[in-house]
Design a protein around this ligand. Sequence first.
Ligand SMILES: [Zn+2]
Length: 278
Amino acid sequence: MQHPPKGLSVDSITPRSRPGSSGIAETAATSTELSTLLADAAALPIRDIRTIDRQRVLIVAPHPDDETLGCGGAIALLADKGYDLQVLVISDGTGSHPNSQTHPAPVLESIRSQETIAALGILGVDPASITFLQLKDGAIPTITAPEFHAAKLLCRNYLQVIEPDTIFLPWRLDPHPDHRATWQLIQAAILSLEMMPQVIEYPIWDWDISQQTTADLSHITGWRLDIQSVLIQKTQALESYRSQLGQLIDDDPHGFCLTAEMLVNFTRPWEVYFEEMI
Ligand SMILES: [Zn+2]
C-alpha cells in the first residue's frame, strides 16, 4: 500500500479491448467519476465469482499487501475452486519505514515478503506461485521514466511464462504512482505480447476521498464480489502484515501504518472491482 506522495499527474496507456467478456453488459453500472462509484459502492451490482470462467489467474500487487487488501476475498474464493493462481508483487516494499534503524531495507524486504507468503498461505496460495519482482518501492517506473522499458521487459518475460487469461491489476488511476505504474507496466507487457486477458482492476487509495482522481469513466463498469464466506480468512491474512499494522517497527515516526479507518474499506463482506466495458 504505502502512502502516495501528493500532487502527481495521471499517465495513461490505452488498453486493448478484449472480446467475448460475458456477463458484463447486463450488470454494468456506469459513472463519470470514480468518487461517485465508490461513494455508492454498496449499490454496485454483485457478480458471482464463477463469471471469472477462465482458470489461469494472475494477481498483480504494487506493494506486498495490496493483493490481500484489494483482492484477498477473490483470491480465497478462486483458490478454493482450484483455479491456477499466481501472484506477482512488483516492488520490494522497503519504502514503508525508510528511517528505521532496526529494520533497514534488506531486513524490511525480507520481512515483507515473508508476510506476503504467510498472508497468501492463509488464502490458499502456494509459496511457489508467488513472484517478487523486487523493483524499488516508491520508484516503480511510470511510462515516461527511462527505466520503464527494462521493467516492462521483466513483466513481459514473466507473462510469457505464466500465460494468464485473467489478470487483477491495481486501478489504473489510483492516486499512488506505484499503483499506476504497475498498471502501465503490465498493460504495456500485455500489448507487446498481443495477449487478450480479462483485466479486472481493484481500488486501493481511491477509497481515501481526499486522494481521489477525476476522470471520464463512462467506459468503465464497477461491480462487487460477495466475499462473506471467506471474510474471516481475508481478515486473518491481513493480520499477517504486522509490519504494516504498526505492530513490529517502532523506531520510524514517519513509517506507514494501516489504520482502522483504512482497513474498514478492505474488510467489508464484498470487494469492488472495475472493468473496461467492451
Ligand atoms: Zn500499495
